[in-house]
Unconditional design. Structure first.
Lengths: 436, 245
């Protein structure tokens, strides 16, 4: 099989791993080397599904010994199987990089022969690129659950990000849909990566004073992926899981991937990808990471799904009207951040302008605040925006009428028929961001 | 209406602005080369670039308004917006009065329009870091053509000189007939006029084909979303992208 065919097969097999980031690591070029890594990450292009492409995302091989129900590469699927050689991967990566098509490489793999054997293959490819080709661009690899500590240690010193995909949000679902991957193996690999990152950072800090810098271990941190809609867990379960991953394992990012049926299996639902649900989960995730929310606040402590019609920030605000209105000229940053229509950028701008002048609603508009939402929740110099009624039902109906128009009511009716995912008219519901 | 005519260079504009500020003038527009002087009732003053005067003004901007403000002035100039001159003029007049806090006055009518223009320039410059596409052409040169809205070629050159340090490259702004050139030692900006497109090397189409194929296969068909795609890369950039042209 030539490299063109391999690239077609092994890119198509890799696309359901939605991680797209090339950020989080600042790597300098070396004398005689090629490449560097920008801390902010750089998007190079956007695919037809609207997602950013910044890395060459491929599998080392799609020949898998496991038979996970949701995966296109499952062993019982009748698809062409192949594998790259390390040289082929290097050839593609370096030549794409020189043309500025990519920031670097995302190398995942099906599990071939064993987790250890697969990781050794991956490490061989990465070593070739880093050492022989002197490549200093971004590299993200997947760790195989259950691989030896020593292999994870070796790999971590070569790459910018290393991740393990949890895919299913509970042990029960894992046992049901992917019985060959145990929760224990997945968590122990993630824990191994996490503790090594922390240990490495500590050692580097100490060594800094002594002399030459120690090599970094996974400087861009760890991430993971959860499939949305393949298993019955509610959004609260998913977000609580993310919350503990952020708090306890210091993960950089959890990705949520709307389930796309790729093979017939009676254990899996048949539905269109739940894009709106995925979008709400990203919004909830952003609230955890950037807005100081806890999972309990978002779900009122109950096991339930997020409201599909209203974003979680707005939903929290109308359930907590007693905390508002916020005086924009006096309130602290954390409370300003809680106002729907005010994002992190606007909140920072408000703080900055406040040092030199008092703000009114006109100023808020200029700063970039979405007054259509924020007007219910803020006052400027003691004054409200207008005379709109401020109780929960009035605000809700005002917002829904404005945003969804006549389509909103149609969606309401269908929602009573279980969780049917509808083709989504809102283009932003496909973007992998939760910015509110 | 008072019009200052200058030669379009940075020093040309700075000299004109310096003149107007020293004379305490108002209601001004600054016109570079090629701008139509069509106002029958306007007063026109022509100014030649004066390096010493300009440097003096730039110095006072730095000391009174800060380094960030000076950078903002330069970014605004690179925008090549028709009103860039008056934006800068109003900004400087306000800044010389207000001082180092000038950039905190985000909503001020003399500050916000300039900030908005600066943002456009920075945004395009950052976006270009990802959108530049090189081709390996004759003489072992990696050649890229770009058509940016703003004059950002010099802003992106340092990034590529660090990243692609071991290859000869040229980034050609086909709108402005200038290019950033790197010879594996240092980069500079040159004027350039080419009569034919550079010839691709032997393997160039092979790698382009691989990239196009990868680009098609990495999309999840069930999530197709052309509107979102266009939101992220506006169509006007597609011409110079291998995968979308």
């Amino acid at each position: 099989m030539d490299i063109q065919e391999k690239l077609t097969i092994l890119a198509m097999s890799a696309k359901y791993d939605v991680s797209c980031s090339s950020s989080g690591s600042r790597r300098e070029n070396s004398p005689g080397g090629i490449g560097n890594a920008a801390n902010c990450g750089i998007c190079h292009t956007w695919s037809d599904d609207g997602r950013c492409i910044s890395l060459l995302k491929i599998l080392m091989t799609n020949n898998c010994i496991y038979d996970c129900a949701y995966c296109v590469n499952r062993s019982s699927n009748d698809i062409p199987r192949t594998a790259f050689t390390p040289e082929e991967i290097a050839d593609l990566t370096i030549n794409f990089y020189r043309r500025n098509y990519i920031e670097g490489l995302f190398l995942s793999s099906a599990v071939f022969r064993s987790p250890n054997y697969t990781m050794e293959m991956v490490i061989r490819a990465v070593e070739l690129i880093r050492i022989r080709y002197r490549f200093n661009g971004y590299i993200h690899i997947k760790a195989m659950p259950g691989a030896d500590r020593a292999l994870i240690q070796k790999a971590g010193l070569l790459v910018d990000r290393m991740s393990v995909n949890i895919e299913l949000p509970s042990q029960k679902s894992l046992e049901y849909l992917a019985p060959q991957k145990t929760k224990r193996d997945i968590l122990s690999s993630m824990n191994e990566i996490s503790t090594s990152i922390t240990a490495n950072r500590g050692e580097r800090k100490k060594a800094k004073k002594a002399g030459p810098r120690l090599p970094r271990f996974v400087p861009a941190g760890q991430s993971t992926q959860l499939i949305v809609g393949a298993s019955p867990e509610k959004d609260s379960r998913i977000i609580k899981l993310s919350e503990s991953l952020y708090d306890k394992l210091f993960l950089k990012r959890v990705y949520y991937s709307a389930f796309v049926p790729v093979s017939a299996d009676s254990r899996l639902p048949v539905l269109a990808p739940p894009l709106r649900r995925e979008h709400r989960l990203y919004q909830a995730d952003w609230l955890l990471r950037f807005y100081g929310f806890t999972a309990d606040e978002l779900f009122n402590g109950e096991d339930q799904d997020l409201d599909p019609d209203i974003d979680p920030k707005f939903s929290w605000a109308i359930r907590n009207l007693h905390k508002f209105p916020v005086e924009i000229n006096k309130a602290d940053y954390e409370m300003i951040l809680r106002v729907p229509g005010i994002g992190v950028k606007s909140a920072n701008r408000i703080i900055r302008v406040r040092r030199v002048t008092q703000l009114d609603f006109d100023d808020l508009k200029k700063i970039g605040v979405v007054l259509k939402r924020a007007k219910y929740f803020v006052i400027c110099r003691g004054k409200r925006f207008d005379n709109t009624a401020y109780n929960e039902s009035a605000i809700k109906s005002n917002l829904l009428a404005g945003e969804n128009g006549p389509k909103g009511s149609a969606r309401q009716l269908l929602l009573f028929n279980e969780r049917l995912a509808l083709p989504d008219p809102d283009p932003s519901a496909s973007a992998i961001t939760g910015e509110l | 209406m008072l019009y200052y005519l200058h030669d379009g260079s940075f020093y040309g504009l700075m000299t004109a602005i310096n003149e107007s500020i020293t004379r305490g003038q108002h209601a001004i527009e600054f016109l570079g080369q090629g701008a139509p002087a069509g106002d029958l009732f306007g007063d026109y003053i022509t100014v030649s670039p004066d390096e010493a005067q300009s440097e003096k003004l730039l110095q006072s901007i730095r000391s009174r308004m800060g380094g960030e403000a000076l950078a903002n002035v330069m970014y605004c100039y690179l925008s090549e917006a028709a009103n860039a001159g008056s934006l800068i003029h109003n900004y400087i007049r306000a800044g010389l009065k207000i001082g180092k806090n000038i950039d905190s006055h985000l909503t001020d009518e003399n500050v916000k329009p300039l900030h908005d223009t600066v943002f456009k320039v920075k945004k395009e410059s950052y976006r270009m870091l990802g959108l530049v596409r090189f081709r390996l052409v004759e003489n072992n040169l990696y050649y890229a053509a770009i058509e940016p809205d703003h004059n950002i070629t010099a802003l992106i050159a340092p990034h590529f000189s660090r990243r692609l340090a071991d290859q000869n490259w040229l980034i050609h702004d086909t709108k402005r007939n200038i290019a950033a050139r790197y010879d594996r030692r240092a980069w500079d900006i040159i004027e350039i006029n080419i009569d034919r497109a550079p010839r691709d090397s032997d393997r160039e189409l092979f790698y382009q084909g691989l990239w196009k194929s990868y680009f098609k296969n990495i999309a999840i068909g069930e999530r197709k979303n052309p509107r979102l795609q266009r939101q992220f890369i506006p169509r006007r950039y597609w011409k110079n992208l291998v995968e979308l042209s």
